[in-house]
Design a protein around this ligand. Structure first.
Ligand code: GPP
Ligand code: MG
Length: 291
């Protein structure tokens, strides 16, 4: 290096921020029974919550092992219903289409989309463990030619522009800046493509983040956005909402059942229930068209 270059030399920028490393550490280490035991039922591993009415008969019965088994199956049924609700908003799609799962976790959502539409799917997660686990599941199902998982940043996927007919985030937007995220979705989606998000957001009418929302942030090392931020960032990034659904009332029964599942609780259950009930937090689905 000549002496004239000294003033322009910059420190190397690490490929991942320290924050991203900590988030990856969390998901690389995560082995909550509430995720693994539910997934084992049919090898659909979800990393999101459930919606719909609960069959409360699962809480009855004198055999403790059978009771636990029935509660586990019921929670999985509700989480699967959430995944189907999201997948239904992605279509219509055909086997010729390709979809993008941003923050794919252990891969359940991409498998659900593939089974529903026959489409190809690419999921990305920042956790190498999750990507390996999800690819192994796809191999076991014999769908590894259509459903692939990558350890990549959802803000900077490296996939081809306009290559996707639909894309989504299922409870993963709280790890990233929405403007950067929606810019990447808008780049990846073809014109007329569909974007769907299901998320927990804080309620602007409450004010700022409540104590419970802050506790949820600390629990998952995330940063829950206000509801308004989604619409602002979509408008700035060629995503036009076509359907908005408040799922708050539909997810409360899931949390009421989960808090009684002593073999599965993680300790965050009452915080979610309080946050939903005091009006500071909402469970929201937004579907948008890429213009
Ligand atoms: C994932 O679910 C949850 C998140 C990625 C972050 C927080 C989501 C909000 C809506 C605020 P999980 O299935 O991995 O969580 P758990 O282990 O609690 O079941
Ligand atoms: Mg879970």
């Amino acid at each position: 290096m000549s002496s004239t270059d000294v003033g322009t030399t910059t420190a190397p920028v690490p490929p991942q921020s320290t924050y991203q490393h900590r988030v990856a550490d969390y998901w690389n280490a995560e082995e909550n029974p509430v995720n693994l035991e539910l997934g084992r039922i049919d090898d659909l591993y979800h990393h999101h919550y459930g919606v719909g009415d609960v069959d409360r008969s699962v809480l009855e019965g004198s055999d403790p092992a059978l009771r636990q088994e029935r509660i586990t199956a019921e929670l999985h049924r509700l989480e699967h219903a959430q995944a189907e609700l999201l997948a239904a908003r992605l279509g219509p799609l055909s086997p010729a289409d390709r979809v993008f799962d941003a923050g794919c976790g252990r891969g359940g959502g991409s498998v659900v989309a593939h089974l529903r539409y026959g489409c190809a799917a690419d999921g990305v997660t920042i956790s190498v463990k999750q990507a390996e686990f999800a690819n192994e599941q796809a191999r076991k199902r014999g769908i590894e030619g259509s459903v692939r998982y990558h350890c990549r940043d959802m803000l900077d996927t490296g996939f081809q522009s306009g290559a996707f007919a639909a894309s989504w985030n299922n409870e993963s937007t709280m790890y990233v800046e929405l403007d950067l995220l929606f810019a990447e979705h808008a780049r990846l989606l073809r014109r007329g493509g569909r974007y769907v998000v299901i998320t927990g957001c804080y309620n602007d009418t409450y004010g700022r983040a409540s104590r419970e929302v802050s506790l949820i942030n600390a629990h998952y090392i995330c940063d829950i956005h206000p509801r308004s931020a989604y619409f602002r960032a979509m408008a700035r990034n060629r995503l036009v909402p076509v359907h908005v659904q408040d799922l708050t009332a539909a997810t409360i029964p899931y949390w009421e059942l989960r808090r009684q599942a002593e073999h599965l609780v993680t300790g965050i259950e009452d915080t979610f229930l309080t946050a939903y009930r005091n009006g500071s937090f909402q469970y929201l689905l937004i579907a948008a068209d890429r213009i």
